[in-house]
Design a protein around this ligand. Sequence first.
Ligand SMILES: NC(=O)c1ccc[n+]([C@@H]2O[C@H](COP(=O)([O-])OP(=O)(O)OC[C@H]3O[C@@H](n4cnc5c(N)ncnc54)[C@H](O)[C@@H]3O)[C@@H](O)[C@H]2O)c1
Length: 397
Amino acid sequence: MTDLRLGVLGFGLRGPLALTAHRPGRGSRVTVLAEHDPLLRGAAAARIPGVRTVDDHREVVHAPDVDAVLVLTPDHTHADLAREALRAGRPVFVEKPLDITIERCDAVLRTAFETGTRLYVGHNMRHMPVIRLMRDLVRGGAVGTVKTVWVRHFVGFGGDWYFKDWHAERRFTTGLLLQKGAHDLDVLHWLAGGYTRQVQALGDLMVYGDNRHRRAPGEPKTEDWYTDSGHWPPHAQRALNPVIDVEDVSLVNLRLDNGVLAAYQQCHFTPDYWRNYTVIGDAGRLENFGDGPGAVVKVWNSRRSGHRDRADAEYSVPEPPEGAGHGGADPLLIDEFLRFVREGGRTDTSPVAARMAVAAGFRATESLRDGGTAREVPALDPELLAYFERGQVPGEA
Ligand SMILES: NC(=O)c1ccc[n+]([C@@H]2O[C@H](COP(=O)([O-])OP(=O)(O)OC[C@H]3O[C@@H](n4cnc5c(N)ncnc54)[C@H](O)[C@@H]3O)[C@@H](O)[C@H]2O)c1
């Protein structure tokens, strides 16, 4: 098997995904990488032997030695860069979220449809062991028919990860309910077997907004912008992004197209970082405790009772291999993308689902900025839906 030659756009914090995809002699290697920041270009050249580094994405998208493109740039750039690569006939991997508005997501899906070039969206949580375990239990009937799903995201490192760079600005993300929430809204849809039709949300900027310790515009992040255990409590944070106009807490209610009712909560000033999912069906309930090493999923489904720590069934979440990013999800995500580029076929991630996660997050953000009014989430054009449901294969004329 000859290596697929990959072009990469962006080598920031998500750069390690390019390293995961660089497997010379084992099916794929990164040949060209574009990055605006010269220091990061240097870092890429040092860590990816033989890579050509450039500052203009067009030198990647149109390079003769590129078979497929990974888009690892900030969210608001995804649609333009992905569409350019699709038009050049290069299959594309786009990081999540697909982009920051419904219209921009739809434009990417339409370009993929019109060009017939393969599009893949990197929703790595669909490859996380804890999520796959819950999905398998739900599909196996552990809780009966799913009726309601409640997701809580405790974003313990939120101050470091989301309030010190572009994530803190609406113009680059729409808001964190979309930016960060796109993962969980997608998983929620996956577990519930439907897409959001209606949303209603409340949210606020409660903690970081009052913190006046901001960097000057253009000043780089400090060396110690992230620590494992420091920067606590949140008001001790320093050198935040100059502009902060996104919410740091959001509460959303959702009605799905299959009748499931769901709730999603996201808070960026908790001490702990993890996600808790509860899935309640008409014959049981399951919940995860932890989502990394040592995590378990418990199922209660035999009888009614008070709180029972000893559930009816308890499953250990499989441990990822050492160093595999995001609970082991990243290598699996790249495996699936490479397989899809070579052979096409079904994938566990889905451009339609990625669009629906953004759509739910976008409308929910509108709701919370308008006093919590209910919003409808627009359906995707049936022509595009059909194309992606066929597995990105052209249909009958
Ligand atoms: N799936 C996940 O778990 C996960 C985790 C982290 C980030 N992400 C996503 O990955 C993407 C990148 O995030 P990040 O944290 O690495 O951001 P980042 O800001 O650290 O890095 C992005 C890099 O892209 C470069 N860039 C911007 N426009 C460019 C262009 N036109 N051509 C070449 N380079 C360009 C910037 O110079 C920057 O270094 C975002 O969409 C983010 O939401 C996903």
